[in-house]
Design a binder for this molecule. Structure first.
Ligand code: EPZ
Length: 420
């Protein structure tokens, strides 16, 4: 089994471009089911989850070719609307196929995606949204079958601004009859990117990124451009991970292609621990302090609140800050699995339900630890960068789901990290 081996102590120095966003590319690839013309999506990162999504599109009968960070949809026509169970099990985001297949072909069958390491991951908001658009939904033995001759526009209020439910409803409503309003939708940058993609293939979505999205349904999406080209936004969570690494290692790093607006909550926390953050149009420079200050309280929340996908990385940094910090995880029920691993490295953390109390220590100790999920794995890489001695991280495949060649990225910035 592959491992990452890190020798701590080097401060991160230099500049880097981050790869395209996993959480933007996945729904955009699912939305490619809706196109009628050849389409090239660029800036698509080379990740396990992306491979899984491409395999699903191919299993539906689509002609898809990947060249480096470009995915070419040569023919989007599907021969089935059943998503294979074994592919669904590989990745929760396969749920994104429900909206586009139902909207374009009037039916879809998926297996119910299970929970994962970070929580129950319910899909009731997805199903309620599709029902509100007129779909009939039956569930038998864990398989969910949806049907609708033609979806009809509707007003849909989301009890929680779920990212996935907002994306599925947006894709479904883009080919419904009439207008759909999503009230209290997710406002993440990835939602805006998906709306921009759907508008580039001939859809009409307004208000993405605000607290009300309007979708004007069309019977057919066509951009009349002959061939569509779309570039995915860069990955703000990968950028955030590196920025925290720079702050933790007393480093000096420039992220060349990150949107500072999308990282404002992360930037404010880095300034709170004493890092200097210099913003230029599309680049962010982080200069880490000699000593990190604590942060009284951080609460994760939907965008523009502090992202839950940055919570483990921030905890890693606070394990070596002066004083006690408190983190409240309010988006996922079980997103503290990295705590046990950080304790193995000598961190001082107490957990009480969804609150973590982190008492900073002088220095972490290298140890053998295990990645329990994607962002937990990233937090252990950061801990290894500052730990005394050597850290070995197992179950690296979790990290490969969301970071392209993570050891190459940090080695470019001077870290002593290898994959064995
Ligand atoms: C997306 O997951 C991201 N994944 C997650 O990133 C991210 O953590 C999450 O949004 C929140 O920002 C992708 O974009 C592929 P949600 P998603 O629906 O869509 C509850 C990473 O590390 N909920 O906003 O699944 C749910 O249980 C991953 O890259 C319902 O109750 O997130 C959770 O507690 C991890 N019913 C909360 O809402 C529903 O129908 C947030 O879920 C849907 C969600």
């Amino acid at each position: 089994m592959e491992r990452l081996v890190i020798r701590g102590g080097n401060s991160l120095q230099g500049s880097l471009r981050v790869h395209g966003s996993k959480n933007a590319a996945l729904p955009i690839l699912a939305a490619s089911v809706l196109v009628d013309e050849p389409c090239t999506i660029s800036g698509v990162p080379n990740l396990l989850d992306i491979q899984a999504m491409i395999n699903i599109l191919k299993s539906l009968g689509m002609e898809v070719v990947q060249e480096n960070d470009r995915v070419n949809i040569l023919n989007a026509k599907v021969s089935t609307t059943n998503v294979p169970d074994e592919l669904m099990r590989k990745m929760r985001s396969s749920i994104f196929l429900m909206g586009p297949l139902l909207a374009k072909y009037g039916s879809v069958t998926v297996s119910r995606p299970g929970g994962c390491a970070i929580g129950s991951r319910r899909i009731d908001l997805h199903l309620n949204g599709l029902k509100a658009l007129g779909a009939s939904i039956i569930e038998v033995n864990g398989f969910i079958h949806c049907e609708a001759k033609r979806l009809r526009g509707a007003d849909i209020y989301l009890d929680f601004p779920s990212v996935g439910a907002t994306e599925n409803i947006m894709m479904a409503a883009s080919m419904a009859e009439g207008v759909t309003e999503i009230i209290n939708p997710a406002r993440e940058p990835e939602i805006i990117d998906l709306a921009n993609f759907i508008n580039s293939i001939g859809g009409r979505i307004e208000g993405a990124g605000t607290d009300r999205i309007t979708i004007y349904g069309k019977s057919k999406l066509n951009s009349n451009q002959g061939h569509i080209h779309y570039e995915v936004i860069s990955d703000r969570i990968v950028a955030g991970t590196i920025m925290v690494g720079a702050a933790m290692t007393n480093g000096d790093v420039i992220i060349e292609n990150a949107n500072p607006v999308y990282l404002s909550s992360v930037i404010s926390k880095l300034k709170q621990v004493g890092a200097e953050v210099i913003i230029k149009d599309h680049s962010i420079r982080v200069i880490g302090p000699k000593e990190l200050d604590k942060i009284d309280r951080i609460v994760t929340a939907p965008y523009p609140g502090f992202p839950t996908d940055m919570q483990p990385q921030l905890m890693s940094m606070l394990t070596i800050a002066k004083g006690t910090s408190i983190i409240k995880e309010s988006v996922f029920e079980e997103r503290f699995k990295h705590v046990e691993q950080l304790l193995r490295m000598g961190a001082k953390i107490n957990v009480d339900l969804n609150l973590a109390f982190i008492r900073g220590v002088e220095r972490l100790q290298g140890s053998t630890v295990k990645a329990t999920d994607l962002r937990a794995g990233a937090s252990l890489v950061l801990a290894g960068l500052v730990a005394e001695g050597e850290t070995e991280i197992e179950s690296v495949y979790h990290i490969d789901r969301g970071y392209e060649n993570i050891e190459g990225m940090f080695r470019k910035l001077g870290a002593d990290i290898t994959r064995k």
